[in-house]
Design a protein around this ligand. Sequence first.
Ligand code: CUA
Length: 356
Amino acid sequence: MRRGSVVALLGLALIAGGVATAVAVVPTWLPVAASREASRIHFVIWFVVAICIFIFAIVAAVMAYAVMKFRVREDDFEDGPPVHGHTGLEITWTVIPFVIVTAIAIVSAIVLSRNDAQAQYTLRINVLAQQFEFTFSYPDAKNVTSPVLNLPKGRSVELYMRSLDVIHSVFVPQFSQKEDIVPGLVTQLHITPTRLGTFPLECTELCGLGHSLMRSQAVVMEPAAFDSWLKKQEKTAAPPPSSGTSTTGTTTTPSSSAAGLQVFNANGCSSCHTLSAANATGKVGPDLDNLVAYARTAKQPLTAFVHQSIVDPNAYIQPGYPKSIMPASFGQTLNKTQLDSLVAFLVQSAQKSGNK
Ligand code: CUA
């Protein structure tokens, strides 16, 4: 091989490699890594991209050089010289890919095992997925529930995820991990947030009509802020001290309406329903400011109607709204206190807006 052709090949390889590097680096392809796991995953991505650019540069250079240098003349109809195998070449082009693929496998295996490694002090969070909402609960803190995933920065978190109905999948782009939530299984996901902020959390498995609405947020806070948030939630989540259960269901006090609002927010009702008392503007299900009128159409007393609509949502469908879209599981997931306070809250706010 002459020196001239080596220089030409090298030049072409540098140009091709430069262009490919620019395409890889200049646009922002990846979201910022907001967790330790995401940084490791991004390392694997860049490791593979670097190998790809290197190989692309060689292939593109040889191809461009061959096209220019060995171009046939227009009147040349000769066959090329017959070529038989070349053992050295064949060994080379088998060994190099073998080494590359093995290297990628080793790096990936290390990253996967580190991402799954159990840290010493892990915060456990239970995730409940159902059509079409996520509920996060904190078993270490009296099962405080939240429609938003609140996380302390720098602490290792493990999500234990269950589904009540179909397959869902949880994904926060900035955490770069995605895990399915499968009915009948408990799937797990480790996250160690490294960046403060609010990130989108979405369902990434087509799970029904409301799939595109099945969104929430992951909020990463300073550990101190997280602890005080948990404490505050623990207080509000504690059932009101009452002697005996109210059987009338219509007597409402300000504290029970606050508890009802908390249940309303914690269960994601606002993603589908409008209710001015909760600043909710959902448009999927019936407008809860009109409950008085709906109960009249359903020919039922208001309280019984509201209770039934939560526990057995398909018993009566308000005309004009889709059937079987409201989760039928609230009868199981809400305890009696929560259910009562939610019913009381809805009845109270419906009567208020009905009297306007
Ligand atoms: Cu849940 Cu899509």
